[in-house]
Structure formats: C-alpha cells, structure tokens
Design a protein around this ligand. Structure first.
Ligand code: PR8
Length: 468
C-alpha cells in the first residue's frame, strides 16, 4: 500500500470499525463491527491470562496523594494526567487523577492485603479504559487519549528471582497472544532512558507497520522493589523477617487491534485471522429468477452444518448483486466465502473463496463441507501468520555502520546493529540519526565487532527504527 496512514484511516471508516468524529481529540466510538473484533481479541487475551491470573476491577479515579507517592513514576506521567477537580459545583478537597495506568490505584490495596509469604504471589489483571493526555500527534487506536482496551496485569512476589521469572512468563503470554493474532514482533530490552517510569527494566514488543515505522504493542516491566518501598508492600518471609515485595506489571492496548488490521490488511480492505473475525465465512446464495428456493434450502443446510462445528457463519441474503456482496465481505475481511447458484446446485458443486489467496475452490456438495471449511480456516490462519513473519524478515537489515541509517530507515527498514550499550553513546546515536533505539534484541553476545558510533567493543545486537 502506497500511503499507510491514509489507508489505515480509511479502513477504520469503510470497514466500520470505529468512528473518529467524536468531538474530543484522541477519543473515538467503537462501532458494532469493530466492537466484535475487539471482543474476539479480548477473548483470546482473557483465555490466556485466566490460566494463571485473577481478573479484577479497580476504580478509575486515584487520589492525588497516591499518584504522587512514587516520585519517578509520577514524573513520567505528570504531563499526561487528566484531573477531576470538581464534584458538581464544589471544588474537591483533593484532586483525583483519572488513571493513566493503575499502579497507584492497585498498590495501596496490595499493601493492605500482603502480610506473609503465604499471601504471595498475587497475579491480577484488569481490562479497562485509561486516559493519557498525549501531546504527540494522536491517531485512532495507535495513539489515543482514551485507551479503551488497556489490559494490564500486575504481580507481586516474594523473591527477585520469582519476579524475573514472571517477566519471562509475561513475555511468553504475549508471544502466544500475538501469534494467535498472526502479528510478527520484535522483542527488545528498552534502553534505560526509555523504560517505564519506576521500572528496573522494560521488555517491549514492537511490530513493523507497513510503512516501516515500528509500533510498540506490549511491554513487560520488572518493577523490583521500588513500588513496594513506596507503598509499603511488605511480607513476613519464611525466616520471620519483614521484606519488601518484588513486583512486575505488563500491558497491551488498542494497538494490538491496530497491529492486526495493519499487518493483514491490503488494497481490498481489511483481512482478519479467523479467530478475530466476527464471522469466519459468508454464505452467498446466488439467486436468479429460477431455482431460488432450492439454493436457499441448501445454503441453510450448509449453514447449520457449519454452525454445528462451531464455525461462525453469516448468510448474506440482501437483494443486491452478488458482486457487491463479494466486495463488501472482502472489505470487512471475512476469511472465507461460500457461493452457491442454481447451476452449481444442478452440478452438485459450490465455490469456496479464500480472502487471503483469492483462490476459488470448487467443492462437491457430497464432501463434508464443515470439515473442509474448518481445515481451510486453519490454513488461512497459518498463511496470514507466515506472511506477516516473512514481511518482517524482509524489513530487517543488519549493518556494521550507521552512516546512512536515516536513509535506510526511510526506505522502510529497521536496522539491527552491534552496540556497546552505553547510555551516552545511545543518546548520541538517536540524536544524530533522528531515530529511536528500540532496545537490545540480543543481550551480551560474543562478538569481535565494534560499536559503529564510539568504536568500543560491542556487547549487544540492538534495533534502531522510526517509531510511532
Ligand atoms: C504500563 N502499567 O502502563 P505502558 N494509545 C494506545 N496505546 C498506548 C498508548 C496510547 N496513548 N500509550 C501506551 N499504549 C504498565 C504496564 C500497567 C501495564 C500501549 O505500560 O505505559 C503501548 O502498547 O508501556 C504500551 O506498551 C502499553 O499500552 C502499556 O503501556
């Protein structure tokens, strides 16, 4: 696609995902079709998290005193917080922050609940809306001021090793999540100047958008004992000593949906992996003057057999040309289509059309159609995923020099380079190239290479890109 930004803007409108005309910048309305995609995304997410987390729900508002407690954290968010200052006409005694994220809503409660090592670990998550007064250019789903799908997990542990292990678990969970969405990703340890405010270190997932810019789609933070010390989250360990707890948190947002749309979409419109698609197959009866009843009866029979196999089916019986129906469902991204006309019925065949490859597969009506469809859905899912990874592979180049870094990135590439890892050097690289170091993709590697900027021995393979 030539102009990704324009394509993305149009697809949200044309496929009826969201309406961004809501009269507050950075806030949009989820339309019914988009809401179903969001619901399917969250179902995948919840099924994964529910394995070992408890879903909970905390209040939207945070007292100023709590938000302000953790110095580094509040500094990181001070320019982004919306405040509630009045209750009706009356000015409140204490301002209330609308959560930009929920550490400072949750952790005072953890402090009440955690007493002994037997209360640990705690692993909770919630799916809520959070608000950030973003000053960078806002874009629907990608950079919003009301994050409507903020899925945040928070964990508390009795040892540093266990917290570090939980970071790995968080990463594994998100790998599974993005794999199910067919989204390719790069994982890196964010540079110290780009970690989450208050975290010891931040691991991040980025995906490369069609224009070559990267989008951060998930983060996993090791919080160490910083918040535990601020919020007095202590426990009595097995030796009966009091210790501060160890914490992690991790989250995703509306960007996961943006990434799925951007990864799979094409000139024909949206393309959804079967798990995300509100309907997985559209049955289109092709009815002329004669033979309509038999075609309809057969289509209904097929619909029932597909539903019995748990496949989400819709039948498009609108009184419009079939060509228009094909066009509409291609735009909406339904993975498969089933066409049946009177002549097909006479010949005992039907056509199964794939949205991904454009293939039209003639199928005998004597075949087990439900089984064929469910096999095809698996094939589509795998094809979308492998295409996404192949495209990502093409966009990554490993270089020994950063001399023409901006030029190469402008061609839609992400650069891997051998880096010394020093903060001063990293900041200088970013400034000179006007790019962002995403972070360290492979840490502490054995190499003879030298850092292309400062000439010191390289320690890591890092990623540099233009970011959203
Ligand atoms: C945390 N605390 O908050 P994080 N629009 C859309 N998506 C966004 C935006 C935005 N304006 N800002 C961030 N995100 C931690 C972890 C609880 C959970 C997305 O971490 O600030 C990004 O994908 O990194 C980001 O990785 C994720 O929310 C979590 O936000």
């Amino acid at each position: 696609m030539e102009n990704f930004s324009e394509w993305f803007h149009d697809i949200l409108e044309n496929a009826e995902i969201i309406d961004s005309r809501y009269p507050i910048k950075g806030m949009s309305v989820w339309l019914p079709y988009g809401f179903q995609i969001r619901k399917a995304t969250l179902k995948i997410f919840r099924d994964l998290l529910d394995r070992e987390h408890d879903e909970v729900l905390y209040p939207l508002l945070i007292p100023e005193e709590e938000l302000a407690k953790e110095g580094i954290h509040v500094k990181g968010f001070e320019d982004e917080v919306y405040w509630v200052t009045h209750g009706g006409q009356k000015e409140l005694n204490e301002k209330l922050a609308i959560r930009p994220t929920s550490e400072t809503a949750m952790y005072p409660m953890f402090s009440l609940w955690v007493r002994s090592h037997i209360d640990l670990p705690i692993k909770q998550y919630q799916v809520v809306n959070t608000f950030r007064y973003e000053t960078k250019h806002t874009r629907p789903l990608i950079r919003v001021r009301e994050i409507t799908t903020f899925a945040e997990a928070h964990t508390v542990h009795s040892s540093s090793a266990e917290a570090a292990k939980q970071v790995e678990t968080g990463i594994e969970l998100y790998k599974e999540f993005f794999d199910e969405l067919g989204i390719a990703y790069l994982i890196s340890k964010r540079p110290v100047w780009d970690k989450f405010p208050g975290a010891e270190y931040t691991m991040a997932f980025d995906t490369i958008m069609p224009d070559g810019k990267t989008l951060q789609i998930a983060t996993v933070h090791n919080l160490g004992q910083t918040f535990a010390k601020t919020f007095e989250i202590t426990f009595e360990n097995k030796e009966a000593n009091h210790e501060y707890a160890y914490q992690t948190c991790y989250g995703i947002s509306d960007r996961a949906i943006a990434a799925a749309i951007a990864t799979h979409g094409d000139e024909k419109g949206l393309q959804l992996p079967p798990e995300l698609s509100p309907k997985q197959i559209t049955i289109i009866p092709i009815i002329f003057k004669d033979g309509g009843e038999e075609v309809m009866a057969k289509c209904l029979e097929i619909k029932k057999s597909l539903e019995a196999k748990g496949i989400r089916v819709q039948m498009d019986t609108r009184d419009i040309r079939p060509g228009k129906k094909f066009f509409d469902w291609e735009l909406k991204g339904t993975p498969l289509r089933f066409e049946l006309g009177p002549r097909d019925l006479n010949n005992n065949v039907a056509i199964l059309g794939r949205r991904d490859s454009g293939e039209k597969i003639e199928t005998s009506l004597d075949e087990n159609i439900a089984e064929k469809v469910s096999d095809l859905l698996v094939e589509v899912e795998e094809n979308l995923k492998s295409t996404a990874w192949a495209k990502q592979e093409e966009k990554i180049v490993t270089l020994d020099t950063l001399e023409n870094a901006s030029g190469i990135v402008d061609e839609g590439k992400v650069i891997k380079f051998y880096w010394c890892g020093d903060e001063e050097c990293g900041r200088a690289i970013e400034e000179e190239a006007d790019l962002d170091i995403l972070g360290i993709n492979e840490e502490n590697i054995e190499t003879d290479k030298l850092c292309p900027h400062c000439g010191k021995p390289a320690k890591h393979l890092a990623l540099i890109a233009k970011t959203y």
